[in-house]
Design a protein around this ligand. Structure first.
Ligand code: NAP
Length: 237
């Protein structure tokens, strides 16, 4: 686990399934204590025998008080917070013409506002470590608008990329490093609802988890602002 101290703590939102579940399992495997933000908290099977290093927190990104309560609970349980993985996300596949304001607001709430509140709530404890880490699960949809149907989602994910840059700018002198992780299709429920491509041709969530663990482990002198991952050839990604 690089030079993070034994007992370093990561909070992972949307840890119930998909990418978040794999990231949490990988970090636990690499020696981290993990606090899992889940709408319906259930101890994962991969945590068997390691329950003392795993916290479950009932996390609903639509509740504006949730992030502060989660940070408080994790600090009480583990005494520190070294890394955030703001992973919970939703995709409403509507064009910017089909979407209602409520659709845009729902995606902004989960994909942008909640990650910002989480970073804000954890800021002092992240800074206290001298090497806090913030991973924002953005998307390649935060780098380009690939189709009309992804347009509304892209609004929130471009904003999520900007959030990662803004956190990096704000926290650099305190040793906080932030990365916008920008995958294309990853073989999870979200992507499988959007593409006919076979799951084994998509980026695998455990590969993404290894990438995210690596990004978190890098020293302060190796700041990665954005990390793009794709399962298919595009002009720039
Ligand atoms: N899969 C892809 O192709 C892909 C590509 C690029 C970026 N991403 C991004 O990667 C992240 C994870 O995606 P995924 O593919 O793992 O998606 P997923 O399989 O659909 O899982 C989404 C996760 O977010 C949680 N979540 C959704 N709404 C929430 C809310 N209001 N409050 C708290 N948690 C909430 C879900 O909890 P429940 O289990 O309770 O629903 C679940 O744990 C998202 O930010 C997504 O936009 C995904």
């Amino acid at each position: 686990m690089s030079d993070f101290p034994k007992g370093a703590v990561a909070l992972i939102s949307g840890a119930s399934r998909g990418i978040g579940d794999h990231v949490a399992a990988e970090l636990l495997r690499q020696g981290w204590n993990v606090s899992l933000g889940m709408r319906t908290p259930v101890m994962p099977a991969w945590a068997e025998g390691e329950e003392d290093r795993v916290q479950l927190f009932a996390y609903e990104a639509g509740d504006v008080t949730a992030e502060a309560r989660w940070v408080e609970a994790a600090t009480v349980r583990f005494g520190r917070i070294d890394a955030l993985v703001a992973n919970a996300g939703i995709m409403i596949p509507k064009t910017v013409i089909e979407a209602e304001d409520e659709d845009i607001e729902a995606m902004m709430q989960v994909n942008l506002k909640a990650p910002r509140r989480l970073a804000k709530a954890a800021w002092e404890t992240l800074a206290a470590t001298g090497r806090g880490r913030v991973i924002i699960l953005a998307s390649l949809s935060g780098k380009r608008v690939k189709s009309a149907g992804a347009g509304s989602y892209s609004l929130s994910k471009f904003a999520a990329v900007a959030l990662a840059h803004a956190i990096r700018q704000t926290g650099f002198d305190q040793g906080i490093r932030a990365t916008a992780v920008c995958p294309g299709f990853v073989a999870t429920d979200m992507a499988m609802a959007l593409t006919d491509r076979p799951a084994d041709l998509l980026t695998q969530p455990d590969d993404l988890a290894r990438i995210i663990a690596m990004l978190i482990a890098l020293p302060n002198s190796a700041s990665v602002a954005e990390f793009a991952i794709n399962c298919q050839l595009e002009e720039f990604f």
